[in-house]
Design a protein around this ligand. Structure first.
Ligand code: SF4
Length: 192
């Protein structure tokens, strides 16, 4: 911890007071009026909408400011009972992944086996391919019993990761589907 002796404390205090006195002596134009600063705020005429952070199950509240449908700012919602305005670094960065981000993926990408290029594909193509791969993998790897003869009805060849963006009901249905397929490697990305 930094310590000051009496002399240093008086010197520092004197400097601070001189600074305040100097600002007090500045001509009115040199000090930016509060109104002028406020008029430059990007959220001044923005529409305010509340939402929930998509990253983890803490579910912090976020305020989204939009102007003509474009997100101009996001910040913690001080009225939300869970986070009371605070956000962790992931929640703070949600603005960077909002729909304004030109790098945000909006369509599925597919890379052929041994290919080097990603190509945009339709959702139908992607979902059909995923469903076929799951079925093939499950059919080829499903175990009804382990090496000790105990019934297991599982596949160790498929894992699931996610998703923090699901609500309770979606998670329930998702678990039902995964368990019925015989998956036991089920993880959530917010724990990683
Ligand atoms: S990721 Fe951070 S900000 Fe988002 S809900 Fe979880 S704790 Fe809250």
């Amino acid at each position: 911890m930094t310590t000051f002796n009496r002399r240093e404390f008086i010197q520092i205090s004197g400097g601070a007071l001189a600074g305040i006195a100097f600002i007090g002596c500045m001509p009115p134009k040199a000090i930016q009026p509060v109104e002028e600063k406020v008029s430059g705020l990007r959220i001044l005429h923005a529409k305010q909408t509340t939402t929930i952070c998509p990253y983890c199950s803490v579910s912090c509240g976020i305020i989204v400011h939009t102007v003509k449908g474009k997100v101009v700012n996001t910040e913690g919602d001080p009225d939300h009972p869970i986070n009371e305005g605070t956000l962790c670094p992931k929640g703070m960065s949600v603005y960077q992944i909002s729909h304004n981000n030109p790098n945000r993926l909006t369509k599925p990408l597919h890379r052929e086996p041994y290919g080097s290029e990603w190509k945009e594909v339709s959702w139908d193509f992607a979902l059909d391919k995923i469903a076929r791969r799951i079925k093939e993998t499950r059919d080829n790897t499903f175990e009804t019993a382990n090496k000790d003869g105990k019934t297991v009805n599982r596949t160790l060849a498929i894992a699931s990761l996610g998703s923090a963006a699901m609500d309770n009901e979606e998670c329930y249905l998702y678990q039902k589907m995964l368990r019925s397929l015989g998956l036991i490697y089920i993880e959530h990305q917010a724990r990683i």
